[in-house]
Design a protein around this ligand. Structure first.
Ligand code: MG
Length: 250
């Protein structure tokens, strides 16, 4: 009998016997033994309406750009009015002054009520996790574009599962759970990034494994980067608005 046969025999014969013995023993066990009482999960007051949960960092409450800047560190040149910020085309992307790794992120966005352009030119912006991984913002309510470039897509990597977008000019919500990639000491990828996204409360990305930073051309490739980086909002030249942005670090 060779080693492989012996191993298989053990798995097929011994394991079921052992499991069966465990189940027989289960009746004698104390249910208290599997109860976990400490540590207690911290108490959090959930958000209601536009209010963030009590342990969230509010990145934008509609009143100021205090937590934001352009990549060169200059003050934000986007428009601030009626509790929202709106992209001013050509001023460049904005990013948080703080860096973040893995997060739960809530963002509300609105493509322009006045419909202009087609495909990638209609209400385009984007949420760049760690400034590198784009969750697309686009008016793809009726406008056609490539599936892995429409709203709810991880740009050029993963189409949304469905298209639950609202029409132009309507506020929409993203609720995102992003797990940052993990790199080893020599810069090698240990764990790829992943993302789960609800768009208007509907699941559009289900623990999708990100294959690298967003690229417009060619296939992505991971390059080691710091564990915390700013979160960025894209200037794609269209007057897309944002409001009520909060984040919980994971
Ligand atoms: Mg975009």
């Amino acid at each position: 009998m060779n080693q492989l046969t012996t191993t298989l025999l053990l798995l097929v014969v011994i394991c079921p016997m052992w499991l069966s013995a465990q189940n027989w023993d289960r009746e004698k066990q104390d249910p208290v033994a599997t109860e976990v009482w400490a540590p207690r999960p911290p108490k959090v007051t959930p958000g209601t309406g536009t209010a963030a949960p009590s342990d969230a960092i509010v990145l934008f409450d509609g009143t100021s750009f205090n937590n934001w800047e352009h990549a060169d560190g200059s003050p934000v040149k986007w428009k601030l009015e009626d509790g929202a910020m709106t992209v001013v085309g050509g001023t460049s992307a904005i990013q948080t002054k703080m860096g973040f790794g893995s997060v739960q992120l809530h963002v509300e966005w609105r493509s322009p009520a006045e419909v202009k352009g087609e495909g990638q030119g209609r209400g385009n912006s984007g949420i760049f996790l760690m400034g590198k991984y784009e969750l697309q913002v686009l008016d793809s309510y009726e406008s056609q574009t490539y599936a892995n470039g429409q709203a709810g897509s991880i740009y050029k990597q993963s189409p949304p599962l469905v298209n639950p977008t609202k029409g132009p000019g309507e506020w929409q919500t993203y609720d995102i759970i992003f797990m940052a990639p993990v790199f080893g000491e020599r810069g090698q990828l240990l764990i790829p990034g992943s993302i789960t996204v609800l768009l208007n409360g509907v699941l559009v990305q289900n623990h999708h494994i990100i294959v690298g930073p967003t690229e417009y051309k060619g296939f992505p490739q991971y390059l080691a980067h710091p564990t915390r980086l700013p979160l960025a909002l894209q200037d794609h030249g269209n007057p897309v608005s944002f409001r009520n942005i909060w984040v919980r670090e994971l």
